[in-house]
Design a protein. Structure first.
Length: 272
């Protein structure tokens, strides 16, 4: 089932007990099911309150590009629910999807694209994921831009690192370059966007394609928005996996709420 955009009004219900995921808060939030991508509505989600007295550990598998923001979201959630610990694992979305398929324990999965999420849905491990954020690509270069990379076409002559084609940032990079008619032979193909940015920041590459959110606040790199970037948009879905504990279901709902959405937008993510 394809993901849908975040609906409004979206109000989180009180969480009690350890109900099966199919009838939990997140499912209630998504009662309308997955709608086409064109169906949009503003956000009005109410996160869980401390009065829910949630307890336990929430294991979150999240795309590498979400690390900084999800650390902040986890802290905000733990502040509201002092008896809950959030443990986050970050990596390429396709890698995490395979790990979930193979039985790795997680309560929540937040991917950087819908294809990676669909792998988990098709395996019967989750249903009704919701898109909670969007992102686009930029060209990152080391400070000072020593290779004078100023356009996508320059990547064909520069030492360029890209995400591997099977991970979301790689899929987006391939589409962006193909749309521009630019052929690039990458110096390396990385399994997540963080690795691409690290190589650029260390001066091991002249340039790399990363998400706009990755370069914010990084003093080791400069960046520019290439022509066509606005036409290649990654949509980030989140879901409480089947078998998730009650706190995990509440965390997935929290990601859809106003507080988490404000944190995401402050870090440069686009609205769903």
């Amino acid at each position: 089932m394809p993901c849908r955009r975040l609906p409004e009004p979206l109000r989180a219900a009180r969480v009690t007990g350890r109900a099966p995921v199919g009838i939990t808060v997140l499912a209630a939030l998504l009662l309308a099911g997955c709608a086409p991508a064109s169906d949009t509505a503003p956000l009005d989600a109410a996160p869980p309150t401390a009065g829910d007295a949630l307890t336990g550990t929430v294991t979150v598998f999240a795309a590498a590009s979400l690390r900084t923001t999800f650390d902040e979201i986890a802290t905000a959630f733990e502040t509201r629910h002092p008896r809950v610990d959030v443990v986050a694992v970050y990596d390429g979305s396709s890698t995490l999807a395979v790990q979930v398929q193979e039985g790795a324990h997680a309560d929540v999965f937040a991917a950087a694209d819908e294809n990676s999420m669909q792998v988990v849905v098709d395996a019967g491990l989750a249903s009704d994921p919701v898109v909670f954020a969007t992102n686009t690509l930029v060209v990152a270069v080391p400070v000072g831009n020593p290779a004078d990379v100023t356009a996508l076409a320059d990547l064909s002559r520069a030492v360029t690192v890209l995400c591997a084609p099977e991970v979301p940032c790689g899929v987006a990079a391939t589409r962006l370059l193909d749309d521009a008619g630019v052929s690039v032979t990458p110096a390396s193909l990385e399994q997540n966007v963080t690795a691409v940015l690290q190589k650029v920041a260390a001066g091991e590459a002249d340039a790399g394609l990363v998400y706009a959110t990755d370069v914010l606040g990084d003093a080791a790199v400069e960046s520019f928005v290439p022509v066509g970037a606005g036409d290649v948009v990654n949509r980030y879905p989140v879901v409480a996996l089947d078998g998730a504990n009650t706190a995990g279901v509440a965390f997935a709902a929290f990601v859809l709420g106003d507080e988490a959405q404000q944190l995401l937008q402050a870090r440069g993510f686009g609205a769903p």
